[in-house]
Design a protein around this ligand. Structure first.
Ligand SMILES: [Cu+2]
Length: 705
């Protein structure tokens, strides 16, 4: 086996940190000045086309058709309230016909959606369409009956008009009120889709039915010119139901204790611990790495602080750092004990360290509000875990992580196999957007790395951004050796295919350097690139082929694993719905219709095997990240994974997609599951995977993502 020459990709210049020498890249003076705006927005995704456009398009079409149905009924009501003219009869017949055709259209679309997954269609097939069928049926029946009786002169058009005189309206009050009711039912269907979402439960369905009935009664009272008192009464009832349901929704958010509270206890540790022990419960505080765990201890010090960093291009970045951008690399070997002291110098909201993708004991997971309190300025926290899972990982703050990570509170964690990796050269390539400037491998300008022709290179790609990133390796065949810290078996060599890495995901590429070198680029920008080649070669001049598609990991490599019998199903339906987050109204990101901390936890016992179905009804991509566990990908959109066994800690559920993954409950604790687009997480898309009998003394109200 060739010896492994490990190199930091950020810079040739290094400075040693900590007793055992974690490495900080030195900032370099650049070739041009770029002025960075003070915006920490994640920027535009370079991966835009949804892979399952059918469900997404159908969901959109369904909304259009439902809105059209409501409009047709409303127009029929308006027309019906006008005095009869030469075309009124035909127009209203046409509108009734259109409304019925649109309703049939809703049914057809919902039927197709149901074949793609019940969560796409539940509120439509179980509520919106039956309610509309009922109200539409009544409206059509009355309209036809009235026309028939009216043509025989048997029916007054309104109760105020004598039959003999010219009618002031085309239809009677009862029929027009029925049109209004049908329009209200169509609107209720829209509300069920866009406000309530999945799952639609009985209480909101009953409220919506009451609102529809009230709308009909109010319309009738107005049309019948009933006394003002009656109309006011009906309007008041309508308003009351609306206000009561809004109030209920608000209270259920701000006043309900939240799912994690089932696992929370007070903050008197000794007494609680004794009570827990006698009840067979265990606190997250006890789920730590034992102090006497065997292995060579490698100690690292990480101090979070505000600091101005100069980029390779010479730009000044107003960063929050662990000393460098990205933070010092922690590189250890299987069998060693990773021992890290985190200190906070001046990050006022506090910091923690979460070991992204590394399945540490729960008490080391670094989630403020679930496994510890945030480390405030002047405070410190010690983390300790055994290096036994070789691969590429990263660490980042999990307190105010949206801003914290964006501004630089992260770094790489590399665990080498005991014998090292078989490649000659090992290059770390984090991809991050500071303000709006993309850094590839620690540089915001194109750079090169000298590697002799014929040498093999392992490129450790880490996407630390909020959005999926597409990367391309040009100039030679390459293979994917590992994803999310797990080796892929039997992956064949590919050329000019793009790799797509979800937010927070990692991918190890292996390539043998040809005479002309290779070039790593991202579709995000042409302003950064990493050329790797022999001295004197010009890999930065290689021309990038963008014709190739994305490499599909679900069909890459060879399978070596039989899925065990699945014991239990759980589901997460992702959506964007109006909800109160921390008491403020928001078009929030929801799981199963709720936002953090009110999303019901997935409760497991140690040893459970869960089949988790994740359905995305929204129009955003959600990189779902599960703490403390890797999940095995079973299928996407109903198509089974056929490639190498794919264990991921972050998987991109794109709009309209359905993923099925398997989770083995083998790491007790209270674990966060959340979208790693941290804006989405901060706006509700975060929940817990909670083990039976595990409690936490920390308050979830302090979790800020
Ligand atoms: Cu998301």
């Amino acid at each position: 086996m060739a010896s492994t020459a490990s190199r930091s990709s950020e810079s040739a210049e290094r400075s040693s940190r900590g007793p055992s020498g974690s490495i900080a890249p030195a900032a370099r003076r650049g070739r041009w000045w770029t002025c960075l705006p003070r915006s920490w927005a994640p920027g535009r995704s370079d991966v835009t086309a949804p892979p399952d456009p059918v469900s997404t398009s159908l969901l959109l079409l369904d909304l259009v058709v439902a809105a059209g149905t409501a409009a047709a009924w409303a127009a029929a009501a308006v027309l019906g309230a006008r005095s009869p003219g030469p075309t009124t009869g035909r127009s209203s017949t046409l509108l009734l016909g259109a409304a019925m055709v649109l309703l049939v259209g809703q049914g057809a679309i919902a039927g197709i959606l149901a074949t793609r997954g019940w969560p796409f269609a539940q509120e439509k097939l179980a509520f919106a369409i039956p309610l509309q069928l009922l109200t539409a049926g009544l409206a059509v029946t009355w309209a036809v009956r009235e026309r028939r009786l009216g043509s025989r002169g048997l029916l007054p058009t309104t109760s105020d008009d004598p039959p003999a005189s010219a009618p002031s309206r085309s239809f009677g009050s009862r029929t027009i009120a029925a049109f209004v009711t049908a329009a209200a039912a169509a609107v209720a269907g829209l509300v069920a889709r866009t406000v309530v979402g999945f799952p639609l439960e009985p209480a909101p369905a009953v409220v919506l039915c009451l609102l529809v009935a009230c709308a009909g009664v109010l319309a009738y009272a107005v049309l019948e010119r009933r006394p003002a008192r009656e109309r006011t009464g009906a309007a008041a009832m309508l308003g009351l139901i609306a206000i009561a349901s809004l109030g209920g929704a608000w209270l259920s958010d701000v006043a309900s204790p939240g799912a994690l509270v089932d696992h929370a206890h007070g903050t008197a540790p000794a007494a609680v611990r004794a009570a827990d022990a006698s009840a067979g419960r265990v606190s997250v505080d006890e789920l730590r790495t034992p102090a006497d765990a065997p292995g060579v201890v490698r100690h690292f010090d990480l101090t979070a602080r505000q600091k101005t960093i100069t980029s390779a291009s010479g730009a000044a970045v107003d960063a929050w750092t662990f000393g460098s951008l990205p933070g010092p690399e922690i590189r250890v070997r299987v069998g060693e004990i990773v021992d890290v002291t985190l200190r906070n110098r001046d990050i006022t909201d506090g910091v923690t360290l979460h070991w992204h993708g590394y399945d540490v004991p729960n008490g080391e997971d670094g989630v403020a509000g679930a496994t510890q309190d945030p480390v405030m300025p002047g405070e410190s926290f010690d983390y300790r875990f055994v290096a036994d899972e070789p691969g590429t990982y990263w660490y980042h703050t999990h307190q105010g992580s949206l801003e914290g990570i964006a501004r630089g509170l992260f770094g790489a964690l590399i665990v080498l196999p005991y014998d090292g990796v078989p490649e000659d050269v090992d290059i770390l390539v984090p991809l991050h957007t500071f303000a709006s400037s993309v850094w590839l491998g620690g540089s915001d300008i194109p750079r090169t790395e000298d590697v002799a022709s014929g040498e093999s290179v392992r490129l450790r790609l880490i996407n630390t951004d909020q959005l999926p990133r597409r990367l391309r390796l040009t100039g030679a065949d390459f293979r994917i050796a590992a994803v999310d810290g797990r080796d892929l078996t039997g992956g064949s060599s590919v050329r000019d295919e793009a790799v797509r890495i979800p937010a927070g995901g990692r991918m190890d590429l292996v390539v043998t350097i040809p005479d002309g070198g290779v070039l790593l680029t991202t579709d995000s920008t042409t302003r950064v690139a990493l050329g790797i080649g022999p001295r004197g070669s010009t890999p930065l001049d290689l021309s990038v082929q963008k014709a190739g598609g994305d490499l599909d990991l679900l069909a890459y490599g060879t399978r070596e694993f039989d899925v065990p019998a699945v014991l239990r199903d759980e589901s997460m339906v992702l959506d964007q719905l109006p909800r109160f987050v921390n008491g403020a109204p928001l078009n929030a990101y929801t799981v199963n219709g709720s936002v953090f901390p009110h999303i019901e936890s997935i409760e497991v016992s140690e040893g459970d095997v869960i089949r988790l179905t994740v359905v995305n009804r929204s129009r955003d991509t959600h990189p779902m990240h599960i703490h403390g566990h890797h999940v095995l990908v079973l299928s996407r959109n109903g198509i089974a994974a056929t490639g190498a066994t794919l264990w991921l800690d972050t998987f991109d559920v794109q709009p309209g997609e359905t993923w099925q993954v398997m989770l083995i409950a083998d790491n007790p604790g209270i674990w966060m599951d959340h979208c790693h687009n941290l804006e989405h997480a901060a706006q509700g898309m975060m929940m817990a995977l909670a083990y039976d009998g595990v409690t936490t003394p920390y308050e979830h109200t302090r979790i800020t993502g």
